[in-house]
Design a binder for this molecule. Sequence first.
Ligand SMILES: N[C@@H](CCC(=O)N[C@@H](CS)C(=O)NCC(=O)O)C(=O)O
Length: 231
Amino acid sequence: MSYTLYYSPDSANIVIRMVLEALAVPYQAIEIDRTVDGQRSPEFLKFNPQGLLPVLLDPAQAAPLFETAAILLHLADQHAALPVPDPKHRGELLKWLFFLSNTLHADLRVLFYSDRYVADSQAIPALRKGMHQRVLAHLALLDTEIAKGAGAWLLGEQRSVCDYYLAACVRWAQLYPRGDTLSPSDIEKFPALTGLLQNLEARPEVQKAYAAESIYGKVFTHPDYPTQAVV
Ligand SMILES: N[C@@H](CCC(=O)N[C@@H](CS)C(=O)NCC(=O)O)C(=O)O
């Protein structure tokens, strides 16, 4: 029995889809229609009571899996093929995976869903300005870390689940919320990060994962919207 991934185009599920493609493991993908709040339907809430994508069903697990970083770690543990780093990099993998999840992605959510974080909608532009500064500081930190390493990836020579997660976050920061985003020229200021994004967007598993969600082109360095996306 294979995995089942619940998805909506360009939502956080894309990170899991890229890794499933990189692992070359079979999975089925079931679309949740976010235009009608399908992620809050009673059926979906049984999988993730938070009403958030992604959800991964692993028939070998007692419960549905949610939280992008947890699913990535589960996949990394299950499949020695791709991103299980050399044991001496295990701590680094955890360190950056948690940073991506609880700092970069969490800050991006404040940008995407600003109205949930302030009672007064007039405060939203100032909130977003502050959050963009924070996101740029996180990207500067990541750029320095990538530049320190011996290879092209966040953990140096070893491509890991962190690279896919990071690249998707950088993509979203340039697309959402529509009309108030970072731009490709903001990202180009980080050369090591840009190199990572270019390396990753040229990879077949990345192109296959994005094509499955109707997204094409330079998906990280010059991203464009999918035909249907609500993020
Ligand atoms: N902490 C969660 C965040 C996931 C998340 O933000 N999912 C978005 C799609 S990218 C979502 O389902 N949003 C719907 C909503 O917030 O109502 C994770 O890491 O998986």
